[in-house]
Design a binder for this molecule. Sequence first.
Ligand SMILES: NC(=O)c1ccc[n+]([C@@H]2O[C@H](COP(=O)([O-])OP(=O)(O)OC[C@H]3O[C@@H](n4cnc5c(N)ncnc54)[C@H](O)[C@@H]3O)[C@@H](O)[C@H]2O)c1
Length: 493
Amino acid sequence: MKLSNKTLSQLPKGVVVPTYDRSHLKIKIVHLGFGAFHRAHQAVFADILASEHKSDWGYCEVNLIGGEKQIEDLKQQDFLFSVCEMSYDDWSTRVVGVAKEALHADIDGIDKILAVMTRPEIAIVSMTVTEKGYCYLPATASIDTDNKLIKHDIENPTKPKTLPGVIVEALRLRKEKGLKPFTVMSCDNMPENGHVTRNVVLALAKLRDANLANWIDQNVTFPSTMVDRIVPAVTPETMDKIQKQLGGIEDPAGVAGEPFKQWVIEDKFVNGRPEWQKAGAELVDDVLPYEEMKLRMLNGSHSFLAYLGYLAGYLHIDECMQDPNYVKAARHLMLQEQATTLRVQGVDLQAYADSLIERYRNTGLKHRTWQIAMDGTLKLPQRMLDSIRFHLANNTPFDCLALGVAGWMRYVSGTDDACKAIEVSDPSADKIKQLVATSKDNEDRVTALLSLTHVFGEDLPKNQFFIDKVTKAYLSLRDLGAKQTVQQLAKNF
Ligand SMILES: NC(=O)c1ccc[n+]([C@@H]2O[C@H](COP(=O)([O-])OP(=O)(O)OC[C@H]3O[C@@H](n4cnc5c(N)ncnc54)[C@H](O)[C@@H]3O)[C@@H](O)[C@H]2O)c1
C-alpha cells in the first residue's frame, strides 16, 4: 500500500501528518527541481508554516530534466511525501502536505509548466537544480553559450528546456499579459546564487529581446539564499527504513536527512512571500557572508573529505570521521584555512566548526563521498579556490586546501588507492578524461588539469607557488596514498 490521503490514518502514531486543511492551500510557489533536498528543506519549512501558523502557501513541484519517476510517484500519492530525520539510530518522520500539483517537462510538456508559471497568483519561482542546471561558467559566473541546451533555447525560445530558458519565457509571458512578475529564488549551493541566477536569466533575455531584459532587470528580484541540511541521496536501505517508519506503507517519494536545518534568505521579494521566519528561517539584508561561511567551511571540508576519503576507501563521510587524522585535517581546514578568509561577523566560528564535525559523525546519515565528489569542476572554485586566492594574496598557509585540490586531481585521474576504477561524474568529464589520458602521472598531470581555465581561471595556472604546493601534494597522494598523506599533514596540527 502506498502513502496517500486514504492511508494517512493508518500511519503509526509518532508520524507527524498534515493537520491543516490542504484544500485551503493556494499554489503560489512553483519549485523547479523536486529533488531530495527541496523535499527535506523548503517543503518542510512550508509544512511547518501551514501546520503551525495557518499559512496558505502551497507548491507546484516541477522537474525539467531528470526525476521523471519522482513526479509520477508524487502524482500517484495525492502529492504527499514523507521526510525522515535520522540522528544516529533515532528516526522521526513527518508527512509533508504542501505540494498540490506536480509536472514534468518531458511527461506533461513545457507548455503546461509555463501555463502554471503565468498564473496571476504565482509569487515565487524557486529552484534546486544542482550547479549544472544554471548552464553557467563558474570562472565568469555568466551563461555558457556553448551549452547545447542553451543553444536550443536561443533557437526555440518559446519551447525552452533549460532553467534560464524557462524563467525567461515565463517572465516574457507575464509581461505580455500585464501580470506582476514573480521573485526568482535559487536554493542551490553556489556563491551568490541569486546573482548567478540573475546573470544567466538576464544574459539569455538580452540575446532574445533587449526590452524584455530591461523589464526583468527593473522588475524582478533574485534573492540569494544560504541553505543547509545534509540530505543524502536515497538508497534502497533508506527506502526500507522509511517504509518501516510508515508502518509498512510505501513512499517512493520519501527522503531522509539530518535533524539540523538552516535557511538564510535575502529579504527582497517583489510579490509577497511566506513568513518563513516563523519556521526558523533568517531573513537578512545581505546573505553573502553566511553563504561564504557555509560554502567554505561546510562544503569545502565536505569536498576535502569526499576526495581524500573516497581515494582511501571511505565510502561515507561518517567513516572519514572515524579516522582521527581526517578529523584533525578537516577541523584545521575549517578553522585555519577557511574561517580566516571570511567576512561574517557575530558568528562563533569555532562552535560552528565543532557542530559541523558533530554532524559529519552522524552514522545514521550514510552520506556517500562519491555523491559529494561529483561535479567537482563546478564546486572547486567556491569551495576551495577562492580561499586559496585569499591566502596567496595574504601570504598565509593553505596546505589542506592544496591537498584538497590535489585530491580532486587524483580522484579524476580515475583510480583509487586500491587501484579500483572511479566512476567520475562531471559536466567536464570528457575534457578531463582527455587531459588525463594525454598526461603522465606526475607533475605533468597537475599542469594538464590546471589548463581547465573555467575552473582555475587565468591566474592560478600561472602561480608557481600554488602549482608547487599542489604538485607536492599530488605526488604524495600518488606515492603514499590518501590515508598516509592525510596522516603526515595532520601531524603538523
Ligand atoms: N542534498 C543536500 O544535502 C543539499 C544540501 C544543501 C544544498 N543542496 C542543493 O540542492 C541541490 C540538489 O540536491 P538534491 O539532493 O535535491 O539532488 P537530487 O539529485 O535529489 O535532485 C536534483 C534535482 O535537480 C534537477 N536537475 C538536475 N539537473 C538538472 C538540469 N540540468 N536542469 C534542470 N534541473 C536539473 C533534477 O530534476 C532534480 O529535481 C544540490 O546541487 C545543492 O545545490 C543540497
